[in-house]
Design a protein around this ligand. Structure first.
Ligand SMILES: Cc1ncc(COP(=O)(O)O)c(C=O)c1O
Length: 341
């Protein structure tokens, strides 16, 4: 079987997770009657210090609802140019909510608060107003990079000083927490709204949560329904997410070690590897699709992340030995490629 390092979303639920899902107590969540969904929402809200949380099918929907609660149609959101919401959400904020997004360049996805400060506009009859900032932690296209909590606090202070919101795309906030030891509630404290995914490193088959500002859970549930994201007996999914939280958070450091292991091997053979901070490794190459295709024929799946960029992501379904095998296959492919990676 192939070693699949394309993303941490490819994991399959373990027998224990499937058993927890099969045993879940469920009800109709649109009537607010699914006790397992409720338990997940209350657990996640408490972990991040929010009043409530709303279970949604995907991280993209969680981002959309979180940002939509801060920015009205025709208003502006500021974020980095490589943000997931800009690169990989198919223009949803513009298409579904009429939100204008303005971006700034950043170092591996981490924005500089001083640069951000120069871009915020109050808005008037002639000028669009900035209504929120968005940060992504860890940063996917940055290569799993982690914001220092001090920088996040500066960005929140900046948002507060302009009386605007800050949305945190915390799809991989679990990895940031694991890498830094910063409590989840400290990350929650910098965000006006937040999205967290249960289906990335934690390994649940589906499901994310949006954390709304105090008093706005009903608005979040209305927006979820408008987007067609309200589910029924979704306690089956919530049970997978609760199982993931209990069993898979503490092991994320293993994924980070595995990423270092792969990066070290690749670096030792001369590959242009960007230092992994968590579970994502980026490699600069001259022809990413052809190297990814060669690896695939040797049983290792990795992502071309652009014409000249490869992405490798470690996760709970790959062992240190799998990572060693994968690193050897990728190094060989790089060494055999005409440009030598
Ligand atoms: C940083 C980030 N945000 C949001 C998402 C969206 O998650 P989903 O695929 O569940 O919609 C992803 C998915 O990979 C992501 O990497």
């Amino acid at each position: 079987m192939a070693i699949d390092l394309r993303s941490d979303t490819v994991t399959k639920p373990s027998p224990a997770m499937r058993a927890a899902m099969a045993a879940a107590e469920v009800g109709d969540d649109q009537y607010g009657e699914d006790p397992t969904v409720r338990r997940l929402e209350e657990t996640i809200a408490a972990l991040f210090g929010f009043e409530d949380a709303v279970f949604v099918p995907t991280g993209i929907m969680a981002n959309h609802i979180g940002i939509r609660m801060l920015v009205a149609p025709g208003e502006e959101l500021l974020c980095d140019a490589d943000a997931h919401i800009v690169a990989h959400e198919n223009g949803g904020l513009a298409a579904h909510a009429g939100i204008q997004t303005r971006t700034l360049p950043s170092a591996r996805g981490l924005m500089d608060p001083a640069s951000l400060a120069t871009l915020i506009r109050a808005g008037d009859r002639y000028t669009v107003g900035t209504r929120a900032l968005e940060v992504e932690n860890t940063h996917n296209r940055g290569g799993g990079t982690v914001y220092p909590i001090s920088t996040l606090r500066e960005i929140r202070a900046l948002a507060d000083s302009h009386n605007i919101g800050l949305h945190l795309d915390g799809a991989r906030i679990w990895n940031a927490h694991t890498a830094t030891g910063v409590p989840l509630s400290d990350y929650g404290a910098i965000a006006t709204t937040m999205a967290v995914c249960m289906s990335k490193g934690l390994g649940a088959p589906a499901g994310s949560l949006v954390l709304p500002p105090p008093g706005h859970a009903e608005q979040a549930r209305t927006l979820r329904r408008r987007l067609g994201g309200s589910m029924r007996q979704s306690g089956i999914l919530a049970a997978g997410a609760l199982h993931a939280l209990t069993h898979n958070l503490d092991r994320l450091s293993q994924d980070h070690e595995n990423a270092q292991r792969i990066a070290n091997t690749l670096r030792s053979t001369g590959a242009r590897v960007r230092d992994p901070e968590t579970n994502i490794i980026l490699i600069d190459v001259d022809d990413a699709p052809s190297i990814a295709a060669t690896c695939s024929t040797h049983g290792v799946r990795i992502s071309p992340f652009g014409p000249k960029l490869l992405r490798i992501v470690t996760h709970l379904d790959v062992s240190p030995q799998d990572c060693d095998t994968a690193a050897d296959v990728v190094s060989t492919a790089l060494m055999q490629s005409p440009e030598r990676g």
